[in-house]
Ligand binder design. Sequence first.
Ligand code: ADP
Length: 469
Amino acid sequence: MTNILEEDYRDELRADSSQLIFPIVTGFVLVVCFGAILAANSLTASWPYVAYAVFSTVGNWFAWKLVKQGNQWAGGTLFSWGHMIMLTIMLVSTHEPGVVGPLPYVYGIFIIIGSMIIKPSSAFTNWAISMFLIALGTAYLGIWGAESFFTYLPSILINFSLAVVAYLTAIEWQTAVEATSFLHRRAQQRRDELFTIQGELGLTNARLQYLNEQLEVARHAAENERDLRTRFMNNVSHELRTPLNAIVNFAHILALGGRGPVTPEQIDYLKRVEQSGWHLLEILNDLLDMAQIESGEFKLHLETIHLYHVCEEAMTSTRGLLLDKNVELLRDYPSEWPLVQVDQMRLKQAFINLLGNAAKYTEEGYIALRVYPNGNTVKIIVEDTGIGIAPEHHETIFIEFRQIDDTAARKRIGTGLGLPITKHLIERHQGTLSVESGLGQGSKFTITLPIYQPVKEIVKQEPELETAV
Ligand code: ADP
């Protein structure tokens, strides 16, 4: 199927051909006509040549103008038909009885030109016109009849063959033009698409750059804020810790009677002051730890130790929390203890957090610390028979400042930082922390830590030299 664009392209090519053919033919006709006029040496005697030269100049110029204005059909028709009419006039005026000159064959040129500059089928139209004009000429000369028909038959047949060849060639040329124009159009489409894509890419790039800049600004702002927060936390905790230590220590000394006798009631009050002070110090430490974790300043001091010592120290601290409770402290220890590479203080802190929580949320039953080495890892389980945690809270309890808003849980004071810090501590040791629990069913916190594997030293053995005797 041809489309408008292809037709346009074809017309453009035809117009180009016309621009080339018209001047050539005009030049050729003018040369022939002037030659004939000069040979005859008389303008009146050679009037048909004069007329042809005049038409060739004026008619061709006019046809050329029409084509230039885009009227391809009118220009082409005026050109080819005009020349054929002029040829017929020449044929009639130069006719000699019994002689058929070359003129009837010259029609063939305009049959071919017609198919090139008007359209392929114009070859046949022009051939029919040439036949009609020759017939008209013979009728004018009075030689109309079978005899003259046979005289002109060879030129008619040759002109017809030329029309067929011209038609086929023009069709082939048209197909080639269509194919070229199709490719041309595709290439243009691709180029347009590429331009659009290039434009879009440019836009996306600009947007990305803008976003990047925004992100950079946001990052700076966040970093500044984080630094400020860390500095603030460090300062505040330092400023609070010093007087708090003084309060705790002085309350302790006073309770012991270090500054004079105290009544049992005063001792009770002083102990409460001391306990609250310790609690506040714990909270402060948690806040400081969290601030360090968030700022990325949290550092570990790794050493290779027996896990037993850490477990026992944590258990000793927990015992003090259960003095006034009917809760048993159980140990389920392995016969052989593994070595672990850890920050002893920090790991103890993690264990104490879990055991402390168990003590906080358990009123009766037991709290067990179970240690199971298995292959490359060791499992440390803190199990209690306390109030338990509903499954929907299993994830939130590991998020900072999140506490379960449950009357039973809210009765105990806490910051909601213990578990997130513990999880971070364990993960920094390449371990994991998980929970299994249900409301009223106790809780089971499981830590998994890698066991320290000492790298076996490869001793290079020198090959024994054989000594020849
Ligand atoms: P908190 O300082 O409030 O104890 P944690 O981060 O240590 O903060 O614990 C978060 C919440 O998880 C607690 O408020 C409590 O509701 C729940 N929780 C933690 N351990 C236990 C436990 N052993 N038994 C029941 N609830 C627990």
